[in-house]
Design a protein around this ligand. Sequence first.
Ligand SMILES: CC1=C(CCC(=O)O)c2cc3nc(cc4[nH]c(cc5[nH]c(cc1n2)c(C)c5CCC(=O)O)c(CCC(=O)O)c4C)C(CCC(=O)O)=C3C
Length: 478
Amino acid sequence: MNGSHVVVIGGGIAGLAAARFLADGGARVTVLEGASRIGGKLQVSEVAGLPVDEGAEAILTRRPEGLDLIRDAGLGDQVVDSAGEPAGILSHGALRPLPAGQVMGVPSDLTALARSGVLSPGGVARAALDLALPVSGRGIPVDAAADVSVAAYVGARLGREVVDRLVEPLLGGVYAGRVEELSFHAALGGVAAAARSHRSLIMAARAVRAAGPADPGPMFATLAGGLGSLPPALAETITAAGGTVRTGATVRELRAADSGWRLTVGPTRAPEHLDADAVVVAVPARPAGRLLADLAPVASRELARIEYSSMALVTLAYPVTAFPERPSSTGYLVPSVEGRTVKAVTFGSVKWPHLAGRRPDLVVLRCSIGRLGEEHLLQRDDDELKAAAIAELAHTCGVRELPVESRVTRWGGALPQYTVGHLDRVARIRATVAGLPGLAVAGAAYDGVGVPACVASARAAAARVLDHLADRQRSAVS
Ligand SMILES: CC1=C(CCC(=O)O)c2cc3nc(cc4[nH]c(cc5[nH]c(cc1n2)c(C)c5CCC(=O)O)c(CCC(=O)O)c4C)C(CCC(=O)O)=C3C
């Protein structure tokens, strides 16, 4: 495929990773990003002189794809592990540790659950009933084939408190989504898969834990310069390999052409045409759906159905002395039923030892606001969002001073919602796209929203395209 030209539409982490894999495979790549900067949801800027991410700030270390890509981009020596402090949950007005052994909020250890104090004693007793309940029937939707909402399945097996005080807050972070709408099979992937072969959800969570390493080590990693330093480093390796990365280049149209694809880029007044042997579409679902409207109407319709939630992140820097006690968790999640504006707080200075090392006199933290259906919260102006974050710190941590620095970042249409039926929807999208040789899709809309999942989808897309180009070259030779 030497010399074959592949255009990657979208310069977020999925698009850049795909471009990197394609360049490795010998293709000549062009990345077209519509915005004025590459990186998508990865972006870093300074707060109080420290590099603090404005978007995704951590990657799971459990999956290899994120760290592999970081090493590939030459940033292996910049990797920083998260601290060992536990994550917290605000429940019944007080900060409690996330119970040991939970998997996406599903408990595997009832003693740890009881000890955490996150649930009422009645809530713990109800959760324990899961071990005795029949596998199906009596309103418990356990049909392995049919998808149900997270709230319906987990609620039927473990009771409402587990849904409201454990699963909802975690998924309120991961998807900024709502448990009534999110898909059990798509959003709780590992546990849901294990639930098919276990008679109880607690036992399924135990099986997931048992399948992992005994000592999993640090859960998260980041980069010393922020996770947002990954996209520019990746772009550099792509250009060093002879590729091109363009910003401000919105692709308006994608058409099949004689020997591949023709793209229309830029404003209607001055359209530019680009030819490609293959294309990777690595933009969010809506724009991907628009690009595929004529080529793959079924995929296009399904993509249009994937909703996105919006959120805002308020970053605050306080003197460490403003805290009556130094925070003892990496951060905490706030269940929706607590009725507070802020849904999650990450103490960067606790979670990332290098930040505390550089500024031991400060506590830098991020408050996140906005789940699906809470758009009204995001209509507040920046000062109001800051005030809500400051009030949260006063309320939960007893901070009475004002922050020395602050920053508000808004992410409109940030996180795709894996609602009931998502897996079938993605299967239909993939089946339709499979009918278009030399075209592949990648990104957070399909098989996972975290950075490692986006990288995995990029790798699969690149492999598909490289296979196609190799086939084509073989048939041209023979
Ligand atoms: C967007 C977002 C926010 C809100 C914005 C923000 O505040 O940044 C947030 C907040 C938080 N998330 C937190 C804790 C956790 N998040 C996890 C896992 C994940 N979160 C994700 C995203 C988010 N998370 C994603 C894409 C995954 C990987 C899912 C997967 O691909 O499987 C897991 C691992 C679960 C497991 O798998 O065991 C834990 C323990 C805590 C508290 C402690 C701390 O701050 O560290 C907080 C504030």
